[in-house]
Ligand binder design. Structure first.
Ligand code: 3SK
Length: 531
C-alpha cells in the first residue's frame, strides 16, 4: 500500500472511502444500526459539538464507553475535529480513571451512563481539568462536581450541524491515546498518530485477513483494546464492511447469540469474521451451548492477546471447519505484526512477520542472534520495526526510550524461530502476566493483597491451567493468629483492584522463599508449581 499523504485525517479518510455506499450497514449494536451515510453525518455532527465545547486541537478527551455505535461516533468525531480521544478500559477503578484524567489533562469526558458513577467518583477533587461530561446510553445517575457541564450524547450531537471540514491534521500528528500496563508504575499513555491505524488496516486487516465489504465482523475484544480497535473499527471501516458491537462481557452465551445472528438487531445477520482471545475460545469450546457448524457463517477467526495453545486451535477448526489465525501484536505497535496466514496455519506458532514489519530476535548484547545452520533462531528478545509504532509514552522519557529505540520497538516478549521461519512465543522478559489476554502486574496484585489486615506477605505468579492458558496464583502468609478464607481474599482484591486482576488460585503458606537479602524468589514458587 502507498503511504498516506502528509496532510491526513484518519476519520476523514474512513468517511471518504465509504462515501459511495451510504446505504450499506456500517454498525449494528445492541440497540440499533447505522448506515455509512448516517455514520458520516453523526461523526461530523460530533466534531462540531466537540468544537462547541471549546475543545481545541490536540486537547485530550477521556472516552469511557461500552462498545456501541456511540463509541465509534465519539472516537471518529474526536479525530475529525483534531481532538485527541483517550480510549480507556471500562473495567478499571475510580482511582485508575482519576490518574488517567490528570495524566492526560483531559478537558472533557465521554461516558456510558452505567459508568458515570465511577467517573463521577474519579472527578472528585481539584486536580483534574474536565469541564464537560457527555453521557451516552441514558442519563447520568450520579452527581458531577459543580462546574462540570453535563450533556446527553444524542441531544448534544443532534443540536449541532455536521462539520464541513475535518481538522487539517498531519499524518504524524497525535490522533489518540491508549493506555498500556507495565509491571511497575502507572500505565503508560501510548500516543498514536493518524497514520498508524491506516497502516494496521492496510497491512493486517486487508493484507492478512483479506477483509472485504461483504464481511460482517464481530470482536469479543472491546474497542478500548488496541486489538479490538483494529478488529471492529479501523479494519472493517477501511473496507466498507459491517461491524457487530456488543456492550456486555463476552461470555460464551453472549458471543454465541451474535455468531448465530439471534439478537433482535442482528435479525439473522451472522458474522463472517470473529476475533477472540485464547481464553474465550477455550471457554466456548467447553460450553454446552456451543453452536453447530451449520448455525454460524464464519469464514475466518483471529486470535491474539496470548499465544493460542495448539489444542484449542485444532478443536475449534475441527468443530467449525474454519481456521483461527493466531498472531502477536501490542498496544505500542497498535495491532498484529507477526501472524499465521489463512490457508497456512501452524497452531502453536505466531506465524511469520506481517509484510511491512521486520522482526529481530536479539541476544543479551542487543544484537540479532545468528540463525543456526538449519535456519532456526534460539530464544531471545523480540524487536519489531514497522510503520504503526506509537510516537512515545506521554510524559515518560525513561520508559519511552526503553521501548522505542530509533526505528525499532522492544516488545518485552521472548521468542524463538523455527527452521522454516515461524515465530514461537517463549514468555515475557519482564514479570507481566497475560490473563485472558489482558496484562496483569503481579506487583500490583501483591500490593493489594498486603492491604488486607490478615495478610503479612504475598507473592503472585502465573500458573498454566489444563488448557495451557495463564492464570494468576497468590501465595499468602497470614499474620500469626489471623484467619481469612481464599474467597474473602479474592473479594478484597475485586474491591480494591480492577476486578479482572484478582488471583484465580490462592495458597496459604507459612513462609515465602527468599534470598539472603530478603527478596522473594518467585522463580522457586514457579518451579514448585511446575514440578
Ligand atoms: O496482545 C496482542 O497480541 C495484541 C494484538 C493486537 C493489538 C494489541 C495487542 C496487545
Amino acid at each position: 500500500p502507498s503511504a498516506p499523504p502528509q496532510r491526513f485525517n484518519f476519520a476523514a479518510h474512513l468517511l471518504n472511502r465509504n462515501a459511495a455506499h451510504a446505504q450499506q450497514l456500517a454498525l449494528i449494536d445492541d440497540n440499533g444500526t447505522l448506515t455509512y451515510g448516517a455514520l458520516d453525518d453523526q461523526v461530523r455532527r460530533c466534531a462540531t459539538a466537540l468544537r462547541a465545547l471549546d475543545l481545541r486541537r490536540e486537547e485530550r478527551v477521556l472516552l469511557l464507553m461500552h462498545d456501541s455505535r456511540e463509541w465509534v461516533v465519539a472516537f471518529l468525531g474526536c479525530l475529525y475535529a483534531g481532538v485527541v480521544p483517550v480510549a480507556v478500559n471500562t473495567l478499571l477503578t475510580a482511582d485508575d480513571y482519576g490518574y488517567q484524567l490528570r495524566h492526560a489533562r483531559a478537558q472533557a469526558a465521554l461516558v456510558s451512563a452505567a459508568l458515570a458513577p465511577t467517573l463521577a467518583a474519579a472527578l472528585q477533587g481539584e486536580s483534574h481539568e474536565v469541564r464537560a461530561v457527555v453521557v451516552a446510553h441514558g442519563e447520568a445517575t450520579a452527581a458531577l462536581p459543580a462546574g462540570v457541564a453535563c450533556h446527553t450524547f444524542e441531544a448534544w450531537i443532534g443540536a449541532h450541524p455536521p462539520a464541513a471540514q475535518a481538522a487539517d491534521t498531519h499524518a504524524d500528528e497525535p490522533a489518540f491515546w491508549l493506555y498500556s500496563s507495565g509491571s511497575t508504575g502507572r500505565p503508560k499513555g501510548t500516543v498514536h498518530t493518524h497514520a498508524n491505524p491506516y497502516w494496521t488496516a492496510e497491512l493486517y486487516g486487508r493484507g492478512v485477513l483479506g477483509l472485504t465489504p461483504q464481511d460482517t465482523v464481530f470482536s469479543a475484544a472491546k474497542l478500548f483494546f488496541a486489538y479490538g480497535l483494529g478488529n471492529a473499527l479501523s479494519f472493517p471501516l477501511s473496507v466498507g464492511a459491517t461491524v457487530v458491537l456488543m456492550a456486555e462481557r463476552p461470555t460464551p452465551p453472549a458471543v454465541f447469540a451474535r455468531l448465530t445472528g439471534t439478537t433482535l438487531t442482528l435479525a439473522g445477520r451472522r458474522p463472517t469474521v470473529f476475533y477472540g482471545a485464547p481464553t474465550g475460545y477455550a471457554g466456548m469450546l467447553a460450553h454446552p451451548a456451543l453452536p453447530a457448524r451449520t448455525e454460524v457463517a464464519l469464514r475466518l477467526c483471529s486470535s491474539a492477546g496470548e499465544a493460542l495453545p495448539r489444542d484449542i486451535g485444532e478443536r475449534w477448526s475441527a468443530h467449525f471447519g474454519v481456521e483461527i489465525i493466531d498472531g502477536i501484536g501490542s498496544t505500542e505497535m497498535l495491532h498484529i505484526y507477526c501472524s499465521n496466514r489463512p490457508g497456512d496455519v501452524v497452531y502453536g506458532t505466531s506465524g511469520t512477520p506481517v509484510p511491512g514489519y521486520e522482526l529481530h530476535i536479539r541476544g543479551d548484547d542487543g544484537q540479532p542472534l545468528p540463525a543456526n545452520p538449519d535456519g532456526s533462531i534460539d530464544i531471545g528478545d523480540l524487536y519489531v520495526r514497522g510503520p504503526s509504532a506509537a510516537l512515545l509514552y506521554w510524559n515518560d522519557r525513561e520508559r519511552s526510550q526503553q521501548t522505542f529505540q530509533g526505528t525499532w520497538t522492544r516488545t518485552g516478549d521472548k521468542y524463538t524461530r523455527t527452521a522454516d521461519g515461524r515465530y514461537v512465543y517463549a514468555g515475557r522478559n519482564d514479570d507481566m502476566l497475560k490473563v485472558s489476554g489482558i496484562y496483569v502486574s503481579p506487583f500490583e496484585v501483591e500490593a493489594t493483597l498486603v492491604r488486607h489486615p490478615a495478610v503479612v506477605e504475598a507473592a503472585v505468579i502465573g500458573i498454566t491451567d489444563a488448557d495451557g492458558l495463564t492464570k494468576t496464583k497468590a501465595f499468602i502468609v497470614l499474620r500469626p493468629g489471623a484467619h481469612a478464607s481464599a474467597e474473602e481474599i479474592q473479594a478484597h482484591c475485586k474491591q480494591h483492584l480492577a476486578p479482572y486482576k484478582y488471583p484465580r488460585a490462592i495458597e496459604f503458606v507459612d513462609e515465602l522463599p527468599k534470598t539472603a537479602t530478603g527478596k522473594i524468589q518467585r522463580f522457586r514458587l514457579r518451579e514448585r508449581e511446575a514440578a
